[in-house]
Ligand binder design. Structure first.
Ligand code: SAM
Ligand code: SF4
Length: 324
C-alpha cells in the first residue's frame, strides 16, 4: 500500500479498547467517559479487518489501546492475528502498561509475539502512583519480570514529564541495563483534554536528557523502523535509547503507519482529525477496500502539534482512543 505522498504503508496500529485500568495524567482525565459497547468493534470484526489489512500489504501489527490486556477476548484476537505470521504478516507486537502482563505473557508468546513495549514513566513508587493516579509499581515490575521470563524482549516507553520524572532518567537507564530492556523517551503530545494544562509538564527531550549527556556520550545509530523514534547508543551501556520528539523535531517524512481505532475508524495520522469509518460498511456486509484506498490517498503529509500555555489540544480525541 502506498499513500498519496508516495510513502509505503506496512504497519498497522490496532486499538482494541479505549478503556484502561490506569488513568495516567498526561493521557486521560480522571473521570474518562468510555465508548458504549455498540460503538466498539467486536473481537471478530477486528480479526476480519486485520486479515483484510494483511492481504492488502500490512506486514506488522501492534495491538494497543487504551490498555489492550483489559479487553475481553484479547487472547483470541492475538491468536488469530498471530496465525498470519509467516503468511503475509512479519510481526505482531503489543504496547501495555504491564498491570495484567503477568497473567497474559505466556498467551502472548503462544500467539507468536516476540517483543512488547511497556509504558513505565518512573521507578519511584510514589511518583508512579501520582502519574498513573491508581497504579501500583510493584504490579508493573512483576508483570515485566513475568514477560521477560516468558521470553519476550521488552522496550520501555517513558514519557518525559517536567517536575514528575526528570530525576528518573539515570535510574531508569540503569534499571534497563540490569533487566535487559531498551528505552524510548517520548515528548508529551497534545491529544485530548486532560484536567491540567499540558504545558505544565511538557519538557523537550534535549532538555530531559541533559543529565545523561553530562555523564555519558550518546551517538546516533542506524536503525530505521519507519517509526517516529531516532535511536542512539549510550556509552558503557547495552541499552538502545530511542527519542520520540513530535514537538521539538517533527518525524513525519518517513511515516509508514496507519491506525485503526476501536470504533473501526482509520486515522491516517495521530495528530490529525481526518478519518475514514469502516464500521458501518463492515456491519452492512459491504467491501471495505475502497474505504482503505480513500484513507491512503488522504494520509496527511505531517501532524500539526504545538504545545503552548492554554492552547487547545491539536486533536480532541485522547491517545487512548486512537491507540498510542
Ligand atoms: N495502555 C498502554 C500503555 O500505556 O502502554 C497502551 C496505550 S498508551 C495510549 C500508548 C503509549 O502512549 C504509552 O507509552 C503512553 O505513555 C503514551 N501516551 C499516552 N498519552 C500520551 C500523550 N499525550 N503524549 C505522549 N505519549 C502519550
Ligand atoms: Fe492507560 Fe496507557 Fe493511557 Fe496510561 S498511557 S492511561 S496506561 S492508555
Amino acid at each position: 500500500m502506498t499513500d498519496g505522498h508516495g510513502r509505503s504503508i506496512s504497519y498497522l496500529r490496532l486499538s482494541v479498547t479505549d478503556r484502561c485500568d490506569l488513568r495516567c495524567r498526561y493521557c486521560m482525565a480522571e473521570d474518562m467517559h468510555f465508548l458504549p459497547k455498540s460503538a466498539v468493534l467486536t473481537i471478530e470484526e477486528m480479526g476480519d479487518l486485520a486479515e483484510r489489512f494483511v492481504s492488502r500489504g500490512i506486514r506488522r501489527i501492534r495491538l494497543t489501546g487504551g490498555e489492550p490486556l483489559v479487553r475481553r477476548g484479547i487472547d483470541m484476537l492475538a491468536m488469530r492475528i498471530g496465525a498470519m505470521i509467516g503468511h503475509g504478516l512479519d510481526e505482531l507486537t503489543l504496547t501495555t502498561n504491564a498491570m495484567r502482563l503477568a497473567d497474559h505473557a505466556p498467551m502472548l508468546v503462544r500467539a507468536g509475539v516476540r517483543r512488547i513495549n511497556v509504558s513505565l514513566d518512573t521507578l519511584d513508587p510514589h511518583a508512579f502512583r501520582h502519574i498513573t493516579r491508581v497504579g501500583d509499581l510493584d504490579v508493573a515490575l512483576r508483570g515485566i519480570a513475568a514477560a521477560r521470563d516468558a521470553g519476550l524482549a521488552i522496550k520501555i516507553n517513558m514519557v518525559a514529564l517536567a517536575g514528575l520524572n526528570e530525576d528518573q532518567l539515570l535510574p531508569m537507564l540503569s534499571w534497563c541495563t540490569a533487566n535487559g530492556c531498551d528505552l524510548t523517551l517520548i515528548e508529551t503530545m497534545p491529544l485530548g483534554e486532560i484536567e491540567q494544562d499540558r504545558s505544565d509538564h511538557y519538557i523537550p527531550l534535549h532538555q530531559f536528557i541533559a543529565p545523561l549527556r553530562a555523564q555519558r556520550a550518546i551517538w546516533p545509530i542506524d536503525k530505521a523502523t519507519g517509526g517516529p523514534a531516532r535511536y542512539f547508543a549510550v556509552e558503557d551501556s547495552p541499552v538502545t535509547l530511542g527519542l520520540i520528539t513530535p514537538l521539538s523535531d517533527n518525524f513525519c517524512a518517513t511515516c509508514n503507519r496507519i491506525r485503526l481505532t476501536v470504533e473501526g475508524r482509520i486515522y491516517m495520522c495521530l495528530g490529525q482529525d481526518d478519518h475514514v469509518d469502516l464500521r458501518a460498511r463492515l456491519r452492512e456486509g459491504g467491501d471495505v477496500d475502497g474505504l482503505i484506498d480513500a484513507a491512503l490517498a488522504g494520509k496527511p503529509r505531517a501532524h500539526d502539534f504545538h504545545i503552548e500555555r492554554k492552547s487547545v489540544p491539536a486533536v480532541a480525541r485522547h491517545m487512548s482512543a486512537t491507540g498510542g
